[in-house]
Design a protein around this ligand. Structure first.
Ligand SMILES: Cc1cc2nc3c(=O)[nH]c(=O)nc-3n(C[C@H](O)[C@H](O)[C@H](O)COP(=O)(O)O)c2cc1C
Length: 516
């Protein structure tokens, strides 16, 4: 039986908005740590003078400003920096941050460096957590406990360090697989990207930002239109697909084109939207100006850098790869074949530059018993597959009902084999499908909700969370109406009469939507 390596545990937190403080208190309350008399206090109140070598210091802190300490940790950093040496100090460090900030976990990284420089001994690898910090905490706390209880090597393989990938520093992921999931058109594809060793961390529900390269054929065609071969290089990293109003206004000003001026009026916004659907920069240039009216250098100045395309991740966070489910749209316009920029890249290139972003609003509910009602249409199945795979991986069993909608069962039942297997294994308690074109009249997911009213009403009465993903235009109102039409739905409180069921679910944090 290993013996404990510490007598006392001091838990110091640095926290502005309470996340690190809450974790510190959670840690201090763990039954397995009570023998160390854990004490949680703001870092500024932790004294290093005459530190007892029998003690262990656990630090949980966020970073603020430009990678600076929260106010209640400023004094602690100063006292570490003033200390000559801290050889008797054993510590563990859990940093909370946000990869959107240039100095991601800047304070805790700085503090770790300062402690090590003075001879203090880390017991575990430092944690650099992003918004997904509760999942990291859940993995880290039991390992910390094992180390304290006398298993010093328990933590050597645990490296919970999110790398701050972003638009300017994306990860070049190898594309391992691109498999068509349906037989119909447009094609839906399962794409798998390698992520092992990247330091990218995500949870089911999170988003992958993809930075595809511009299509060389489009760059060449623009260069040809301008009669300037240099255009391809000049525009290579510019956004050529999503043409902003600013660019259009400048174009209208430069060319004085009446139709474009009209389209830019507020009253014509629907017409403009219809015109821009599937259009790229070359269309807009050809339709509304001449090369002389908008010189290439001016155009390059106007255009924004290429924008990332966001996709829901379909694999769970421990999978070692990133799965996506994408739709390959293709059409012809003015004699040129068009395809979705990112989807085409993902289907044809060997690597793609990516980074993850946390999307806590679509994570699984903290209550492990809460049932789920998953509703997805088309490639909207992607994040729902992520949730199902995460539950399967972690052995979570909860009542889960999936309603999947597509056109035809014979050719559009995405992930049919996997979903059927999950259903047979009991991971998915109910699998309901709504294939719109299989019957005499159109049948959508909202009709399936009405047809399974009893079952769904019961799920909601049991506290189910709804996860909805798919097309914004078609889904949101239809599902809200179908849910509201569930007669006799549970009345949560006295105010219930004033609110629809949909509104009540929203207010209770039981509605999670990804609509695009
Ligand atoms: C104004 C502001 C500045 C922030 N600056 C940073 C930063 O420089 N680096 C970082 O990693 N996170 C930064 N964050 C994110 C926080 O560290 C993160 O939200 C953390 O979970 C907050 O924990 P707390 O509630 O314990 O303070 C910032 C957040 C805000 C609101």
């Amino acid at each position: 039986m290993p013996s404990a390596i510490a007598k006392r545990l001091i838990i110091g937190f640095g926290s502005e908005s309470g996340n690190a403080r809450a974790l510190a208190r959670q840690l201090a309350a763990l039954p397995g740590l009570q023998s160390f008399g854990p004490q949680a206090l703001p870092l500024n109140e932790v004294s290093l003078a005459g530190w007892d070598a029998q003690d262990v210091l656990v630090i949980l802190s966020s970073s603020f400003g430009d990678g600076e300490p929260p106010a209640n940790a400023e004094g602690f950093l100063a006292s570490v920096q003033q200390a000559q040496a801290l050889p008797g100090l054993r510590y563990a460090l859990f940093g909370l941050g946000d990869t959107g900030y240039p100095q991601f976990c800047g304070f805790t990284k700085k503090l770790d460096g300062a402690l090590q420089q003075r001879g203090a001994q880390p017991l575990l690898h430092r944690v650099d957590a992003d918004a997904g910090y509760p999942a990291f905490f859940a993995q880290w706390a039991p390992v910390l406990q094992a180390v304290l209880q006398g298993q010093p090597h328990a933590g050597q393989d645990l490296k919970l360090q999110v790398k701050a990938y972003g638009e300017d520093n994306a990860y070049a992921a190898r594309i391992l697989e691109c498999r068509q999931l349906n037989q119909g058109a447009p094609g839906a594809f399962h794409v798998r990207l390698a992520s092992e060793g990247s330091g990218m961390h995500w949870r089911a529900g999170d988003t992958l930002h993809v930075l595809p390269e511009n299509d060389p054929a489009l760059l060449d065609a623009i260069a040809q239109w301008y009669g300037e071969p240099a255009a391809a290089d000049l525009l290579r990293h510019k956004e050529l697909r999503q043409i902003s109003k600013t660019v259009l206004r400048e174009l209208a000003r430069a060319s004085g084109h009446e139709r474009l001026k009209t389209l830019l009026k507020f009253s014509q916004r629907k017409e403009l939207e219809a015109y821009l659907w599937g259009a790229d920069l070359l269309d807009v240039l050809q339709d509304f100006c001449t090369p002389a009216q908008l010189p290439l250098a001016e155009l390059a100045e106007l255009l924004s850098p290429r924008l990332p395309r966001a996709y829901s991740i379909a694999s769970h966070g421990q999978a070692g790869h990133l799965d996506l489910c994408i739709r390959a749209v293709q059409h012809e316009r003015q004699g040129r074949q068009r395809h979705g920029m990112a989807t085409h890249w993902l289907r044809t290139a060997p690597t793609v530059r990516v980074y993850c972003r946390a999307n806590p609003g679509f994570h699984l509910p903290a209550d492990a018993q809460a049932p789920l009602l998953l509703i997805g249409t088309g490639t909207g199945i992607a994040p729902l597959m992520g949730l199902l795979r995460e539950m399967q991986h972690s052995g979570q069993q909860r009542k889960t009902c999936l309603i999947f909608g597509e056109k035809r069962r014979a050719c559009d039942f995405l992930y049919e084999d996997e979903l059927t297997a999950l259903h047979q294994q009991g991971q998915l308690s109910t699998l309901i499908t709504a294939f719109s074109r299989d019957g005499q009249s159109k049948y959508y997911v909202q009709h399936a909700i009405a047809d399974h009213a009893l079952h769904i009403r019961q799920l909601l009465a049991d506290g189910a969370h709804i996860y909805l993903c798919g097309n914004k235009a078609h889904l949101e109102d239809a599902i809200a109406q179908a849910i509201n039409a569930l007669d006799g739905a549970p009345q949560a409180d006295a105010e219930a009469d004033a609110q629809t069921l949909w509104q009540r679910l929203q207010a209770q944090g039981r509605l999670h939507q990804e609509l695009y």
